[in-house]
Design a protein. Sequence first.
Length: 365
Amino acid sequence: MKNYIFTSESITEGHPDKICDRIADSILDEALRQDPASKMAVEATIKDDFVLIYGEANTKAKLEYEEIAKEVIREIGYTEEYEVLVKVREQSSEINHAVVQDDGEIGAGDQGIMFGYACDDTDNYMPAAIEYAHKLAKRLSDVRRGNALLLPDGKTQVSVEYENDKIKRIDTIVVSTQHVAEASQQQIADIVMKDVITPVIPDELLDEDTIYLINPSGSFVMGGSFGDSGTTGRKIVVDSYGGMGRIGGGCFSSKAPSKVAGSAAYYCRYVAKNIVAHQLASKCEVQVAYAIGKVKPVSIMVDTFGTGNKCDEEILDIIRSNFSFEVKDIIEELKLCRPIYKATSCYGHFGREEFSWEKIKDLKY
């Protein structure tokens, strides 16, 4: 047991990296809407008024890549005109043959390692720092849409103090929001405190020593793709557990379900959450690894960090008895061949009850 401060960050949909995640996941959704068997790995990069869409696609869908990208940017709230260049080719026949097998099985679309994590910090079994950072970012975006002083780009950060490994208080909250040039920093601070922080953070976690840093660098007028470049998949720590749990080697956005970097990471979260929800441990991390073209994983590991009421070997036996890590079984159990991915592109892939990998199921042991 120890005392420490742990910090996680989140970002809004107007951040350039998240613009690219949303473009990629909107393309994936449209492909799956037209052809649920689509095999996709199409990403995006943005800078200033230029968007590059690139990758591989095996799909019967007719995709208007340029229009999808422009519509995403408009939905987020940017009004500039963008040039879109598309460089997408068919997926390698070698990879496709490894995935779509003659006996109807589905092989992993690539090798790789994936992790899932859960803990009892919060009601949805997410670490507290990333949970509150996401809630602040989502609230900031919602407030921005109704306030003419605020613009789409923004970031949040929350530092949680633990005592004996249990949440004691929130030490520091950082919120940076893009805004119009006419807004004063006092106006921005007042809006963020009243309309963003106060409705989100529980009073019992705040005290007179909590530090609030709102636009700590001062003016934040130039943002989005004109303030920084963006690329799909650069925010995998934000997308997962805010650094509290380990992360695998690949991002989630843009990946069709046969790409285990996404689907197996979702399944690992599903498994870890169920272990904690059934009070078998107060923390749980699951790792799985695959080889390209293989149906089953090459390894499965569980770590409960000494919090389990059974040893980790027994918990792994429970996992093996209740969950199948075969690629086809993951896709079918979580119903992953649906257009659900645009919703995952911001505010975290985990801890949100609308996703199938967040459900709790009965376990036999």
